[in-house]
Design a binder for this molecule. Sequence first.
Ligand code: COI
Length: 355
Amino acid sequence: MIANADIKIEKTTHSRVNEYDVNDVPFGKCFSDHMFIAEYANGKWEKSYITPYKDVPMSFAMSALHYGQAIFEGMKAYKNAEGEVSIFRPLENFKRLNKSAIRMAMPEVPEEIFMGGLLELLKLDAAWVPTSESGSLYIRPFLIATDEAIGVKASDTYKFIIITCPAGKYYSEPIKVLIETNYIRAVQGGVGFVKAAGNYGRSLYPTKLAQQKGYQQVIWTDGATHSFLEESGTMNLIFVIGNTVVTPALSDTILAGITRDSVLALAREWGMGVEERKISITEILEAHAAGTLKEAFGVGTAATIAQIIGIGYKEDYYPLPAVEERKFSNKVDETLRAIRKGKAADTLGWMFKVK
Ligand code: COI
């Protein structure tokens, strides 16, 4: 771990935490008192510091803004009944950030900077971690190219930044999703398996079209044939068909979600069949017709479990079983919440204490 002395800390003189009800704020719009910044230049990570959260001067020529050399992570911290703060599986996010960095020709962030900055930041902003049942502190680490240069090349300078915001539910209601067979999120050989900023920007237009048709999200299909399901919106996609948990296998078009991995680990622990493989649209429609499609849900850090109540395909709509009847996803949701809030034993060692 980085020693405290390595991070210069400037504390706020006026905490804003009492200006909000941290248990009741819209997702991603109210930011806690401090932020962590590490700067990369001259081929090395040169300095790390924490400052009060604020706007900072930036050049409009900054390369991240023009060519999308920008990556991010999403993670969450929780508070237990004793007021102790823990982060859910942060080392997995650390590893994934660096996978993204390699793919986007960016420098890897050392563990002592990622974890050291994160822990110092959360110690300072512990009062911002919600205590409510579904509340958490959403943590947004991101790495951006900061060269003031318009030429297309990997930047020589970067900033790694962590900001945080209290968060409740990402989706207030179960969602309806439309299978997208025209636009694509990711292609083989592309960047779909990493958290590159551009993956999200390019999703907005197809999502807007789906929303105009009454859906909240799309289900992305493979770019070559549009016949296999990949992800839903910003989430991994999981089905229960019969008694088996089925999800698209990881590939270079699918993000290795940490919530996805956690849900599959619980399913395996509970002795359920788990299949990570290709899932065709035809298979899902046939399972729907046969009555064996029991559950469908998206999983991600922000949303945790987002129940899918119906799937649209072309002009048809396929309603799914009532959310209350969904044994597996409801149990997973409750179990994850209990582990995160310290109400159930953390047998898989997922919670990382901030102390
Ligand atoms: C997350 O679940 O953390 C995501 O990356 C989704 C996000 C873009 C809000």
